[in-house]
Design a binder for this molecule. Structure first.
Ligand SMILES: Cc1cc2nc3c(=O)[nH]c(=O)nc-3n(C[C@H](O)[C@H](O)[C@H](O)COP(=O)(O)OP(=O)(O)OC[C@H]3O[C@@H](n4cnc5c(N)ncnc54)[C@H](O)[C@@H]3O)c2cc1C
Length: 469
């Protein structure tokens, strides 16, 4: 006899769009980093918003916990069901809701279903000679709904902001079963509270985002993309300051990579260059127009004592993409290298150099065998600050995290930083979130959650600790 829950899911989405065989559900019940895995009665793939509404109503009436899921590229266990839970858990994955709804070239806006991948949106905009600037290494898999639910950042935040800054409107099936329709394409709308902001960054705890209206831009006329060595974070930041003064907000990306990250990288990918031997290297992109004079940029770099002989300046679109590919492959190399205590932190730019020097000395003293891999979006004050021990398993990393994380996060908070710059809270940071969040803000956020989802059925035990009632 068919399980009555499955039967109802078949009725709503069609039998072909529901999977419950563990071999098939496996990619959806494990997270990208293989740190979390959970159990789900099924993974269901709705085709449209109406099916999402029906699924939500069914789950609310049957006390089934819902795990909204996009590309499942979360790095903090946000999209993975819990391993042991007192209610059945259903993964609602939006990959079939991948239609482009409308393009308004005059308004520079694009309306899409939330299951479109980021790459799909970028390509669609490009095909219409427009530009959607959000750019992440996971863009082939992650979905716009997931990007919104995590307020994704990436490599172009310096000029264009995070996805919150790129969103005009959205529609969502809320955790109480109602549908919030805020799918406008307006740049100005001061009719009291901007409720889309509640859903952006909500990590699937308040509802399922079904549609979004996104800002587009003219394609930048050209880019100057270059990678160069620096001796310290301070030198990199001093140069960033000068570049911003000269090129104003046309400096669109400013990434940093520590030498140790290149050493890990070279275990898996072919890239040998003397700049990998420098203590740090910077990958920088400047959007340029016809007035751009490369000589001026080179002079500026030389004045900042950058060794141009060790630098790479992309001279074609292919070379530009190759430079970006190097940067994007770093997390992939790290993943293959093994488990590490990973921290996605942000700090005021003025604090970063001191933080890295003093905190890394503390970690090295704690665990002399440890290695660092530090890279990230320096221009935004965001580092992926990772500390591991070669060859350890996930349990040993859990133990390492217990001693390392307090040292990292305490120092981050003391310096006015954040324990989650762009990856969210999910399962991995909820205790730290509770510890460091302003208590009034924390309580208000809990009240909003309880108001919309009193039984805590939406992505339970993510962000907050309360279980389903
Ligand atoms: C190699 C790699 C590089 C990365 N680089 C970056 C980076 O540079 N910047 C950055 O910000 N992140 C980065 N990430 C993290 C991740 O890709 C982003 O957080 C991304 O936005 C998640 O999108 P997703 O579709 O995979 O969401 P998922 O992982 O499926 O879900 C993430 C969260 O969103 C919720 N969710 C998903 N879809 C919906 C929806 N439709 N409605 C409501 N809630 C939903 C889930 O419940 C979960 O809480 C990277 C990840 C990897 C693996």
């Amino acid at each position: 006899m068919i399980n009555p829950i499955l039967n109802q899911l078949y009725q709503i989405c069609g039998q072909d769009n529901v999977i419950d065989n563990p071999q098939l559900t496996n990619p959806y019940t494990h997270d990208w980093r293989k740190r979390y895995h959970g159990s789900a009665i099924a993974v269901v793939f709705p085709e449209n918003e109406q099916q999402v509404q029906e699924l939500v109503h069914f789950c609310l009436s049957s006390q089934i916990a819902i795990i909204p899921q996009g590309g499942n590229t979360s790095t903090c266990g946000a999209a993975t069901p819990l391993s042991d839970y007192n209610k059945p858990q259903l993964i609602i994955n939006l990959q079939r809701m991948n239609k482009i709804i409308s393009l308004d070239c005059d308004n520079y806006s694009l309306t899409v279903e939330a299951g479109c991948t980021l790459q799909q949106v970028q390509d669609y905009a490009n095909a219409h000679e427009l530009y959607f600037p959000l750019s992440l290494a996971s863009q082939g898999s992650c979905q716009i709904g997931g990007n919104l639910a995590t307020n994704a950042g990436g490599v172009q935040v310096l000029k264009y902001g995070m996805i919150r800054d790129l969103t005009l409107g959205l529609r969502a099936v809320l955790a109480n079963g109602e549908t919030l329709d805020g799918l406008t394409a307006l740049r100005k709308d001061n009719t009291y509270l901007d409720l889309k902001q509640l859903l952006i960054g909500s990590e699937g705890t308040l509802g399922i985002i079904t549609h979004a209206s996104l800002k587009l831009f003219p394609i930048p006329p050209a880019c100057c993309t270059l990678m160069f060595p620096v001796t310290s974070i301070a030198q990199a930041l001093q140069l960033l300051h000068q570049l911003k003064a000269y090129y104003t907000n046309n400096v669109s990306a400013f990434e940093i990579i520590k030498r140790d990250s290149w050493q890990i990288y070279q275990n898996y990918f072919e890239f040998r260059h003397e700049l990998c031997e420098a203590p740090w290297s910077v990958l920088c992109e400047i959007e340029v127009n016809n007035d751009f004079v490369l000589e001026n940029l080179l002079t500026l770099l030389e004045q900042s004592e950058i060794d141009l002989n060790q630098s790479i300046i992309a001279s074609s679109e292919n070379e530009r993409q190759s430079l970006w590919q190097l940067r994007e492959q770093i997390p992939l190399a790290e993943k293959q290298y093994g488990y590490a205590a990973k921290h996605d932190i942000s700090l005021p730019l003025s604090q970063i150099e001191d933080f890295v020097i003093s905190n890394s000395a503390k970690l090295k003293e704690l665990e002399p065998r440890g290695y660092f891999s530090i890279f990230g979006h320096l221009g935004d004050g965001n580092l992926h600050y990772n500390f591991g021990i070669a060859g350890v398993d996930s349990q040993q990393i859990n133990a390492l995290e217990k001693s390392v994380n307090p040292i990292v996060y305490q120092d981050v908070i003391v310096r006015g930083g954040s324990i989650s710059a762009e990856h969210g809270i999910g399962q991995s940071k909820k205790h730290w979130f509770e510890k460091f969040c302003d208590p009034v803000s924390y309580q208000l956020m809990q009240q909003i959650k309880q108001q919309l989802d009193p039984k805590s059925l939406f992505n339970p035990e993510k962000i907050f600790n309360f279980p389903c009632l």
